[in-house]
Design a protein around this ligand. Structure first.
Ligand SMILES: Cc1ncc(COP(=O)(O)O)c(C=O)c1O
Length: 430
């Protein structure tokens, strides 16, 4: 959070100007007016700015400066064009289903660049990815240990596996969001002796690493560093119990982006400043010296480069509240509606994409076409006078948008998804 004296982090139209561009009344993304994009592909539409996504990747890679390899977490946005642009930057990928595995392969990922995590991997999924020589499988249940071992033996493969760990709360040292609770994700750290025993005796699998994923949307560098430091400590403990070196330490994703008014971006300089200490922690442990550190962010890489655009269908005043009714809603963008696990519903940044030059802004509740009050994209958005046919854009929408939304609800069509770059546009699925 910023101090009271610090300038306010950009939100709404200011964020639109920082993140994208504005020309006269128009929000411009990737060199194209949003209105022009809607004229071509219709509304609603998710617009992904390839350069903005590359910039997020490059900024993170520069801050990490070789400390960790980046694996893009496909669950944030599985559009082929999005995955392929991160692959082209040098990322590996992290997937959580066979569907995401296929999307990553279609986007050009080699099997060995792919990590598979998730608490309920099915036998058929494991069979397919092991058959193709996936890079690593992150084991999370006893059944998975047995299944992977059985499939590997049957297929005559040696599968590289990592253990996903749910850390003990007492050891968290301030990293609030990090494990410690009962969860379906990973093995409890306190049960690890028995798990290592099972792995030791399972044919066809080679334990190469551990994986600790603490939580999502971390905006404070100190909390992130704290979490990573704790992950390295756990890796050391487990390597000692295992009695051998680890090749990989996956510290998870979770790097946040600002959504709500007053939130400042994660300070990458502060993250970079903390890394030498983590490197020496790592290199001073004899069993971790050669380990490759991995981070697997999704939101941080894909989120800021995306906008969700919807057309206004009607504007209505009801008992003192201005309702802006659009053709988009929670069926495309559950996260913006505040129904994707948020405890407090707050507004994503929303702007009037076809009236950016209007100064007089006043509150509006932006809703979608679904027959439920849950279908609200913003509650107190500051927007100009609007009418049917105008466009609104929800910013910070490149991650956990279409892929994390109940698209079947009320049987409206899916939103289009396009990638824009240097004044050109293509389907995000290409
Ligand atoms: C195992 C795992 N890795 C990576 C991610 C990506 O997280 P984020 O988008 O917060 O970076 C998630 C998100 O749920 C996850 O479950």
């Amino acid at each position: 959070m910023s101090s009271p004296e610090a300038p306010k982090p950009p939100h709404g139209p200011d964020l639109a100007r920082t993140q994208f561009a504005v020309s006269g009344p128009d929000l411009v993304i990737g060199g194209l007016r949003v209105a022009e994009i809607v004229e071509t592909v219709g509304s609603p539409v998710f617009i992904y700015d390839a350069d903005a996504m590359r910039q997020s990747y490059r900024a993170l890679a520069a801050a990490l400066d070789g400390f960790a390899a980046i694996h893009y977490s496909v669950k944030a946005n599985p559009a082929k064009g999005v995955i392929s642009l991160f692959l082209a930057e040098g990322a590996g990928v992290e997937i959580a289903s066979l569907g995401e595995y296929r999307a990553a392969r279609l986007a050009g990922a080699r099997a060995e660049q792919i990590l598979f995590a998730g608490p309920g991997k099915r036998r058929g999924e494991l069979d397919a990815v092991i058959g193709e020589g996936i890079g690593e499988i992150h084991l999370e249940t006893v059944e998975e240990i047995e299944r992977v071992s059985e499939i590997a033996t049957r297929l005559g493969r040696l599968v590289r596996v990592s253990l996903r760990i749910n850390p003990i709360a007492a050891a968290q040292a301030g990293a609030m969001r990090m494990g410690g609770k009962p969860t379906a994700f990973g093995f409890c750290e306190e049960d690890i002796d028995g798990v290592l025993d099972l792995v030791r005796h399972a044919p066809g699998i080679a334990l190469v690493g551990i994986h600790v994923y603490g939580g999502t949307q971390i905006l404070e560098a100190a909390a992130l560093l704290n979490q990573w430091q704790h992950g390295i400590r756990i890796a050391g403990d487990i390597a000692e119990k295992w009695g051998g070196p680890l090749e990989t330490i996956d510290l998870g994703g979770g790097l946040g982006i600002p959504y709500y008014a007053g939130e400042a971006p994660l300070d990458l300089n502060a993250v970079a400043a903390g890394l030498p200490q983590l490197s020496s922690q790592l290199r001073s442990h004899p069993l971790l010296q050669a380990a490759k550190v991995i981070v697997e962010p999704g939101r941080f890489l894909a989120g800021p480069g995306g906008a969700y655009v919807a057309e206004i269908n009607a504007v209505k005043h009801s008992r003192g509240t201005r309702f802006v009714i659009t053709d988009g809603g929670m069926h495309h963008h559950l996260a913006a509606s505040g129904n994707l696990g948020q405890i407090i519903k707050r507004d994503f940044p929303v702007v009037a994409a076809s009236r950016m030059d209007e100064g007089a802004l006043y509150p509006a509740t932006v809703v979608g076409p679904l027959c439920t009050p849950l279908d609200t994209l913003a509650r107190e958005a500051l927007l100009p006078e609007l009418k049917a046919g105008d466009l609104i854009a929800v910013l910070q929408s490149g991650a956990y948008g279409a892929t994390a939304s109940p698209s079947g609800f009320l049987s409206h069509p899916a939103a289009a998804e396009v990638i824009v770059e240097a004044g050109t546009m293509r389907s995000a699925q290409l």
